[in-house]
Design a protein around this ligand. Structure first.
Ligand code: NAD
Ligand code: IPM
Ligand code: MN
Length: 359
């Protein structure tokens, strides 16, 4: 029997609720496919700050490093908005991504047939959408130096540095081309090369790397146009590669193709097998503790864990199929409700998906 150790970082707000459903489903997959998961919990985000004075305790990082995968909910709450930037919950997320060298963030936006009617967009626009957004995760304006708030030439200013090193673009480009090779071999690199120097280098490097992948059809698009095209005609995209901040924004936008932020999972990968898996949404403090949020983004993140960290495509697919079958049976959390559907809560959704795996 295979055994894996998973670091469980529930975090803040709805984080622990959705991770609990992910664990339920992982355990069902474990039972079905003969895999044993050992979980160890640790603090991250606002809850960690309250207990230890730092949003990312050392023990959390060392637990993550000694695990086979990290399963994360979300961090943040409005009540921490006035904290100094260094101890804000969000800083912990950036910190753990950097500490584990998780430079490649895979954010699939897939519209299951069952969810076509949950999208605010027309069925003919979203039906059949299957996009893989590859977001660079450890560089860009998120980490660039110098940054801060202070007086420059006598004027008060806030500043960040949008910077990419050539080697950072190169390694994410390789991930993108390799991913595209396993899909329909179409890759669109999204940048702002008409204005930004950092994007000019980005584009140059992507084009250079493309020579090693002659079978992949590479295109380029400016980010403002890409934001529009994702809504106008999303099926033109297969694999998208982009920088940290553009990827953050475009992936939230893409969640409206299936109709909810609660549907988009993610995998954050490095050059080892240790990855971190989390929904792309945040801690939704408004919905905490009400048993109403959609756990599917987190459950699908567990599926990505099986695929990318544990090389178990069969178990990963079983989770995906279980999600589809529960949706097909008409069960919905409120965010994806459609005509004639049966509205259920977070816990019940997790239970039904777990049962579907075992049935
Ligand atoms: P959010 O993603 O938490 O919520 C945006 C909207 O989507 C809200 O209306 C929320 O109720 C809804 N929503 C989110 N997840 C949902 C789900 N699973 N099911 C149903 N509805 C869902 O973003 P926000 O409101 O801008 O930020 C809230 C906090 O979360 C902030 O502190 C922010 O920094 C943090 N945040 C954390 C992460 C993360 O941990 N990865 C990601 C984004 C935001
Ligand atoms: C995400 C979030 C984070 C980001 C924040 C909370 C730091 O929005 O994971 O998409 O900007 O990367
Ligand atoms: Mn985001």
């Amino acid at each position: 029997m295979k055994e894996y150790k998973i670091a469980l970082l529930g975090g803040d707000g709805i984080g622990p609720e959705v991770v609990a459903q992910g664990v339920k489903v992982l355990n069902a997959a474990g039972e079905k496919f003969g895999i044993k998961f050992e979980y160890e919990k640790a603090l991250i985000g606002g809850c960690a700050y309250e207990k230890t004075g730092t949003p990312l305790p050392e023990e959390t990082v060392s637990l993550a490093k000694s695990s086979d995968a990290v399963f994360l909910g979300a961090v943040g709450d409005w009540k921490y908005d006035t904290l100094p930037p260094e101890v804000r919950p969000e800083k912990a997320l950036l910190g753990i991504r950097k500490a584990l060298n998780l430079f490649a963030n895979l954010r699939p936006a897939i519209v299951y047939e069952e969810l076509v009617s949950s999208s605010p967009l027309k069925p003919e626009i979203v039906n059949g959408v299957d996009i893989m957004i590859i977001r660079e995760l450890t560089g860009d304006v998120y980490f660039g130096e110098p940054r801060g708030v202070g007086v420059i030439d006598g004027r008060n200013a806030g500043y960040n540095n949008m910077i990419y090193y050539e080697d950072e673009v190169e390694r994410i480009a390789h991930v993108a081309f390799k991913t595209a090779m396993k899909r329909t071999k179409r890759l669109c690199s999204v940048d702002k090369a008409n204005v930004l120097d950092v994007s000019r280098l980005w584009r140059e490097v992507v084009i250079r790397v493309s020579k090693q992948y002659p079978e992949v059809e590479l295109s380029h698009m400016y980010v403002d146009n890409a934001a529009m095209q994702i809504i106008r005609a999303p099926k033109q995209f297969d694999t998208i590669v982009t920088g940290n901040i553009f990827g953050d924004i475009l992936s939230d936008e893409a969640s409206m193709l299936p109709g909810s932020l609660g549907m988009l999972p993610s995998a954050s990968l490095s050059d080892t097998k240790l990855g971190m898996y989390e929904p792309i949404h945040g801690s939704a403090p408004d919905l905490k503790g009400k048993d109403v949020v959609n756990p599917i983004a987190t459950i699908l993140s567990a599926s990505m864990m099986l695929k990318y960290s544990f090389d178990n495509d069969e178990a990963a697919l079983a989770i995906e199929n279980a999600v589809k079958s529960v949706l097909k049976a008409g069960y919905r959390t409120p965010d994806i409700k459609s005509e004639g559907s049966t509205i259920i809560g977070t816990e019940r959704m997790g239970t039904l998906i777990a049962q579907a795996i075992l049935s």
